[in-house]
Ligand binder design. Structure first.
Ligand code: KG4
Ligand code: ZN
Length: 381
């Protein structure tokens, strides 16, 4: 099989990204334009601003990815693009651009599910390390700002299938990190901020219990035939618990103090946040992170046992979290389960994962129709 160079394009949320990947196994170039500075003042992604920023960035980002790869529009073999899930307006920018480009240069277009992309980020890097002996069945935890999902991954030649065996009933885990950081005035995005500050707090200081979710999902669309083996998540409760803790422990003044201390500093560093965080705040974030990590790891291992899997993959923005990585590595090892993560760079949104996920589709001639449209609620199966 000759080398296949796929140009990946990703614009589902707040990163405009393009990358070139060779035959699903080698990262050739990877350009990510992050909109963090645009959304920072709002403490969260503003969809209209995201679309506008994608429009501005898409052409130069793709051009740079091709340039870094020493490729031209004509010398790539296919264009892959995120079809969904994500923000409708944001997805539309990448998708319209990819469609027009593929049409103009007469290359096939491949539609990729963003969550499948996150899973293939791990596979790409493992192949790059020459680890091709992945044992199936595989259980993948995709945990990011928009998703907390457990998929049973199967593969028959070039056809990959994904079976949803658990997901969050409300907020995504990354969303909880972002909202807690926003409430405590610790910066945006919240995940990396909490990750850093937690190292300076006592994770045993506050206990946040999580419920085991065993009842059926009230939404009939979300019901599955093997509901009794499902392991679902819920992260809106802990957010409320933190809010209550802040109120009952009179932390409002300390939060206001922190805001005042950092006024006029557009981009405070992690150390500057640390310098204005009191013990109570540090203990609270460390305890929050410990609770979320224990819940993610515990439930993933429970699902791994329920489905007798041979390998674990952990991916998505929250997979960049140090405590999550350490805890998974330790507890999976105790159960004799190999666990793989993407590098931190490929944990958060990027287009290399989109190009990698497109490769088996390229081999199977699964190309998108000219009518392809973005699907904000696209499911992975
Ligand atoms: O995968 P991603 O870039 O975008 C989505 O598909 O949502 O994930 C972004 C999310 C944000 O919620 C961010 O706070 C979280 O990942 N995140 C982290 C860390 N780095 C990013 N959460 C915890 N610890 C981190 N180190
Ligand atoms: Zn993502």
């Amino acid at each position: 099989m000759p080398d296949v160079f796929i140009l990946g394009i990703e614009s589902s949320c707040d990163e405009t990204a393009a990358a070139v990947v060779r035959s699903g196994e080698q990262l050739i170039s990877n350009v990510v334009y992050s909109q963090i500075a645009t959304h920072q003042p709002f403490g969260g992604v503003v969809p209209e601003l995201a679309s506008r920023e994608h429009l501005r960035a898409i052409v130069p980002v793709v051009r740079k990815a091709l340039e870094d790869a020493g490729k031209s529009y004509q010398t790539i073999d296919a264009v892959a693009v995120t079809q969904g899930p994500g923000l409708a307006g944001a997805l539309l920018v990448g998708l319209s651009y990819a469609k027009a480009l593929a049409y103009a240069v007469e290359k096939p277009l491949i539609a990729v599910n963003h969550l499948e992309g996150h899973i293939h980020a791990v596979l790409l890097e493992e192949r790059q390390k020459d680890n091709r002996e992945l044992q199936f069945p595989v259980l993948a935890l995709v945990v990011s700002g928009g998703h907390t999902h457990l998929f049973l991954v199967e593969r028959k030649q070039d056809s990959w299938t994904y079976h949803d065996v658990g997901h969050t009933r409300d907020d995504a885990a990354g969303e909880a990190f972002d909202k807690v950081a926003k409430l405590l005035e610790l910066g945006y995005p919240g995940g990396p901020a909490v990750d850093f500050l937690s190292r300076h707090g006592n994770p045993e200081a506050v206990k946040f219990p999580f419920a085991q979710i065993k009842h059926r999902d009230r939404n009939p669309q979300n019901r599955h035939s093997d509901d009794e083996r499902r392991v679902d998540f819920s992260y809106s409760g802990i957010k409320t618990a933190i809010l209550r803790y802040v109120e009952t422990h009179n932390m409002r003044e300390a939060i206001a103090e922190r805001r005042r201390a950092l006024t006029g500093n557009a981009t405070p560093s992690r150390e500057e946040y640390l310098a204005v965080s009191d013990r109570q705040t540090l203990d609270l974030v460390a305890s929050f992170q410990r609770a979320v990590v224990d819940d993610l790891v515990g439930k993933t291992l429970l699902a791994a046992r329920e489905h007798s899997v041979a390998t674990l993959l952990v991916t998505g923005g929250v997979a960049a979290n140090s405590e999550l990585r350490e805890t998974f590595a330790k507890r999976a090892a105790e159960e004799g389960l190999p666990v793989y993560f993407p590098s931190r760079k490929l944990s958060t949104d990027n287009a290399a994962m989109i190009a990698a996920a497109a490769y088996p589709r390229f081999l199977a001639d699964e190309f998108a129709e000219a009518e392809l449209s973005a699907d904000a609620g696209l499911r992975l199966r």
